[in-house]
Ligand binder design. Structure first.
Ligand code: GLU
Length: 438
């Protein structure tokens, strides 16, 4: 840890009340704490907090019925101090500029805490993909890719999937940039399909990284995962693969899963392979699971958060563990698969109650770590086998987790505060050593 400045003066602009987006409030509250710990002055704090570039674009789309609809899209580069900006693209009705800034900011700290040579970025379009046909989705993606292409590139800013975007969308994105530039750039996006230079292991990487963090934290807390009970909130790609890995590889008892339709509980443990097969047959959704499987009970999403389990994994959207819900959490360990699932107040309550939470920027960093592997393979026109990807992912997660755990012990901090301390210190170090241009 390096102490760069005396006379810390955090607060001010960074006060939580200043932000309307709770995730941005949380990210900057944690930055303030870290900056205070590191002794940064207000000038350094402002530089660390302010996104480098915020691009807002119009995305007009000709709909299948001939009408025209104009969506609003964003691409935010929070920091490029440690390398090109890196982060996903989210398609969701709740996307706002502030939310994308928050997510880009979290990417900076995420890439830093696991030691990747990337800064942080994020993109998004306020859209409900369920209301679009495949052809409309393709036109939306291609127009958005065109609109943000001036700031994107394998050495500038590298998008990837996020909520409601996938390999197909990355393929359209890649193809659009390739057409515009007239040359292949196999590292311009990650999370691509395998046939387009995607990496083996990328699809389940976020969940595998979460599983590693669960194992490391369980080891420290004396939880035997083969006897442990788990509740998983969210059954998108991250939650589903996580539940499958914990069930099949660690033989844990997953007692509850959920999606937008509600939560599904079975005290004896769910047959996760059967649940996943059901979801696959039902367009990815879990609605109707209680009728299809005996012994499965429907509960609310809030009841899932309050279950008496060993491990709770919020792997859906932000803002789940809050002032209202955190007091009811009974899990010993929380592993954050989603970005920003815990608010400032929720985090304080978890800390006060001695519940260990592996924070999003560490727990879900497996995805961007394998994105980094994909980027390296793309730059070198190389292919790695799955064993190499998995081994290297394990090494990154282990080293990062152990480092954050040790910093937490050493400074008597929660894991989130320790993770931010490590991440912010590294970014500030890169900024300091680069100096200020011009
Ligand atoms: N969207 C993922 C995240 O939030 C992955 C980002 C990436 O691979 O660049 O970490």
């Amino acid at each position: 840890m390096t102490l760069r400045q005396a006379n810390p003066t955090p607060g001010g602009e960074g006060d939580a009340a200043h932000y309307t987006d709770p995730m941005l409030a949380m990210a900057n509250y944690q930055l303030d704490l870290a900056a205070k710990h590191l002794g940064f002055d207000q000038g350094m704090l402002d530089w660390l907090r302010t996104p480098e570039r915020v691009l807002e674009v119009a995305v007009p789309v000709k709909m299948d019925d001939g009408s025209l609809h104009t969506y609003t899209g964003y691409r935010v580069q929070h920091s490029t101090a440690r390398g090109p900006a890196k982060g996903g693209i989210r398609y969701h009705p709740n996307v706002t500029k502030e939310e994308v800034v928050a997510l880009a900011t979290l990417m900076t700290w995420k890439c830093s805490v696991v030691g990747l040579p990337f800064g942080g970025g994020k993109g998004g379009i306020a859209v409900d993909v369920r209301a679009l046909s495949r052809a409309e989705l393709e036109r939306l993606t291609r127009r958005y890719a065109f609109m943000i292409s001036p700031i994107v590139g394998s050495r500038r800013d590298i998008p990837a999937p996020d909520v409601d975007t996938d390999g197909q969308i990355m393929a359209w994105f890649d193809d659009t940039v390739t057409m515009i530039r007239g040359e292949a750039d196999p590292a311009v996006v990650t999370g691509k399909p395998l046939d387009l230079g995607g990496s083996l292991g990328r699809g389940e990487a976020t969940s595998r990284g979460m599983a590693h963090c669960t194992e490391f934290a369980a080891g420290r807390l004396g939880i035997d995962l083969s006897k442990a009970t788990l509740a998983v909130q969210g059954y998108g790609k991250v939650g589903r693969f996580y539940a499958e890995i914990m069930y099949n590889d660690y033989h844990s008892k997953v007692v509850a899963v959920s999606d937008i339709s509600g939560a599904y509980f079975c005290g004896d443990g769910l047959d996760i392979n059967a649940v996943s097969a059901y979801a696959k047959q039902h367009n990815g959704g879990l609605a109707g699971l209680t009728d299809a499987m005996s012994g499965v009970e429907f509960i609310s999403n809030e009841a899932l958060l309050a279950l008496d389990v060993d491990v709770l994994a919020p792997a859906a959207l932000e803002g789940q563990i809050t002032a209202r819900t955190a007091g009811d959490v009974k899990a010993k360990l929380v592993v954050e698969g989603a970005n920003g699932p815990t608010t400032i107040e929720g985090n304080t309550i978890l800390n006060d109650r001695g519940i260990v939470a592996v924070p999003d920027i560490l727990a879900n960093a497996g995805g961007v770590t394998v994105s980094y592997f994909e980027w390296v393979q793309g730059l070198q026109f190389d292919r790695w086998d799955l064993a190499t990807v998995d081994r290297r992912l394990l090494n990154v997660m282990k080293e990062s987790f152990d480092n954050v755990w040790d910093v937490a012990q050493q400074h008597k901090l929660g894991l989130r505060e320790a993770a931010f301390l490590v991440a912010v210190d590294r970014v500030a170090e890169s900024m300091t050593v680069r100096g200020l241009f011009p």
